[in-house]
Structure formats: C-alpha cells, structure tokens
Design a protein around this ligand. Structure first.
Ligand code: SF4
Ligand code: SF4
Ligand code: SF4
Length: 331
C-alpha cells in the first residue's frame, strides 16, 4: 500500500515534533507485569536434538508459504536462483529466516549439555519482550505489542523503513529486506496468524521432543521452575507441543545452569530459555540489562533528536518511493 501524502506528512512531522519535543512514541508499550492471557515459548536446550524441524516449520508457516522448497508464486526460494540449488541451510537470522538453531561445542564435544568437552543447541528468535524497545522507538506504530497475548507484531502498511527498531532491539532480532524494492522488517510474530485461528507456534507444534513448548506464560514460568527444582537424573514427564497438551515424554532431568533466560533479561520476555551450558557460551548477550530497554533507549535518543528526526524523514521518503515503485502484498 502506498503511503498517502497525508500519512507521510503526519509521520514525518509527527516524528520530528515528537523527538524535538522530547516525547517518546510508544513508550508506554507493554508492562513489566504480563497480561493474564500472555503466551510464550519455553525452549529447553537439554531436550533439543538439533533436528531443525522448528526452522523448517517456521519457514513453511511464516516466512514463505511453501516452506524451504518454493515461494508463494511457486518459484525457487530465497537466495537460490538456479534450479540446481534447492536446499536452504541458513546459518543466521535474516529477513528470510525468523528462527535459527545453532550449536555450541567445546573440546571433544562428546558430552551433551556440558561445558567441558560438551555440546549444546540453542534456538534464537524474537524474545517478545514484556516492554519491547522495538515498539517503543517505532514512530508510526508499525510494531506493536498485543495487549492480551503480549505478542509483538508488525504491520508492513504502517512501516516507513526507518529501521530504528533494528538499532533499538537489544537482541539484534528485526531484519530488513534489503534485496526487495518494497522492503519490510521481518521477525518472529509468535505465529500470531495461527494463534488467532486457535493454533499455536509452528516451531512448537512440530518439535518432536518438547524442546520448544508453547503455552500461557504463567504456566511456562512454573514449568521452568519445576525443572530447575527437580533432581538431576530423576525421571520427569516433559510436556510436548504445549505445556497443557496432556502429552508428555518421560526422561531423566539434565543438570541445568541455575538460570531461566528471559525471566529478568531486558525487563522480562515471553520467550524463556533453559540450558546446561552458560548462555553467554550459547551466543546470548551476557551484558543484557535487567532493566526494560525502552527507558535505556530513550535516555540515549534524547541526546540525538536531530539525527533521529533526519533518519526518520529519510526513511519516510525512501518508503514512499519504494512503495510507489513496487506495491507489495503483506503476508
Ligand atoms: S527481542 Fe527485539 S524485536 Fe523482539 S520484542 Fe524484544 S525488542 Fe522487539
Ligand atoms: S513462533 Fe512461529 S514465527 Fe516464531 S519462531 Fe516459532 S514458528 Fe517461527
Ligand atoms: S524441532 Fe525441537 S528438537 Fe528439533 S531442533 Fe527444533 S527445538 Fe530442537
């Protein structure tokens, strides 16, 4: 959808005035206390076998309908441009990959979930922060946090392409479609389209071990604490797919590090992680603050309002040009 002149003027003037005046668009987005209906994902690295089913199902249900082998129009996928190249094996998050499994290895790499001579998997995607910095800095509310589910979602029609969300996110999650004439920001939206129809996160539905588990955030927090309290080696019934599915797999509890990543990080998130290896070794930011990032971000932005206003105005202009040149459907 092309941005109308009225919307352009409103966005550009609004962003400039907001910043010049010290106002903080979207600042109130989210709350340190999640809504009772808030949902999320618990990822347990000790259950993960690195099969990548979550990545494939994420692509199939989100990034490009048709999954790893074709695009919406039936053409070859993503970066593959010749008929011989039909295998998609991303190594980083990108505008085409919203969820990634990575591996950690040390020494001989023989001991699962151990730091010494060990290995572990880790799954990265949007954390769905309780107080998301990306939402707080978006001058046109293209990124929003749903008040009930707490899902942080994106509306391409509003986006002016300023990419300030990319700078603000403490986890480096939002990606920009650099190769497209009408680029969008891409990130995990917790399969919001499936949730609205009674479904849930594809990565959890297709995870064979329960390593990726969907459910109400309160229940996921309880489940994580129960696992931490269990004796390593004792039998435990690990739920699969959703925390309240009634389906579980019995297996011994691994030795966890005493931390559930996401309970406190960045003020709390709706994606929680557990592991047997310290999270900084798994590639998660060890310097992450426990303070919500909107405040930290705006403390910085306040010092450079003119620069930000220029960037936003440039983004608006760029958006108008590209959208007029090649209108594109949102997914
Ligand atoms: S992880 Fe980044 S993109 Fe996701 S909600 Fe938090 S600030 Fe936004
Ligand atoms: S919740 Fe959906 S969009 Fe997010 S990582 Fe899982 S499959 Fe991908
Ligand atoms: S589907 Fe489950 S077990 Fe397989 S890589 Fe993803 S999180 Fe790990």
């Amino acid at each position: 959808m092309a941005l109308s002149r009225r919307h352009f003027l409103k966005a550009a003037a609004g962003s400039g005035l907001l910043l010049a005046g010290g106002a903080q668009p979207g600042r109130a987005a989210g709350s340190a206390v999640p809504a009772p209906e808030a949902v999320g994902i618990l990822y347990d690295a000790t259950l993960c076998i690195g099969c990548n089913a979550c990545m494939v199902s994420c692509k199939q249900y989100n990034t490009m309908p048709g999954g790893a082998l074709e695009q919406e129009d039936g053409s070859l996928p993503y970066e593959h441009i010749t008929p011989a190249q039909i295998y998609d094996a991303p190594v980083e998050l990108s505008a085409r990959t919203l969820n990634i499994i990575k591996a950690y290895k040390s020494g001989r790499g023989t001991n699962k979930d151990s730091q010494a001579d060990g290995y572990s998997f880790i799954k990265q995607h949007c954390m769905h922060c309780l107080e998301p910095a990306c939402v707080s800095v978006c001058p046109v509310a293209a990124l929003q946090k749903a008040p009930d589910s707490g899902i942080v979602f994106y509306e391409a029609e509003r986006c002016i392409g300023c990419r300030y969300c990319q700078v603000a996110c403490p986890f480096g999650i939002p990606k920009f479609e650099w190769g497209k004439t009408a680029p969008r920001i891409r990130k995990c939206q917790l399969c919001r389209h499936r949730y609205a129809k009674g479904g849930y996160a594809a990565c959890c539905e297709f995870c064979p071990t329960g390593a990726s588990l969907f459910g109400p955030l309160a229940a996921l927090r309880r489940e994580a604490k129960n696992r931490l309290a269990a004796t390593p080696g004792s039998a435990y019934d690990f739920p699969v797919r959703t925390v309240d599915s009634g389906v579980s797999q019995r297996r011994p509890v691994s030795r966890y590090i005493d931390q559930v990543y996401g309970l406190a990080e960045a003020g709390g998130t709706q994606y929680l992680l557990m592991a047997g290896v310290p999270f900084e070794l798994l590639g998660l930011n060890p310097a992450i603050s426990e303070q919500a990032y909107p405040q930290l971000t705006w403390d910085y932005i306040r010092k450079v309002p003119a620069l930000v206003a220029v960037l936003i105005a440039a983004g608006v202009a760029s958006h108008m040009i590209t959208r007029q040149r090649a209108p594109e459907k949102a997914p």
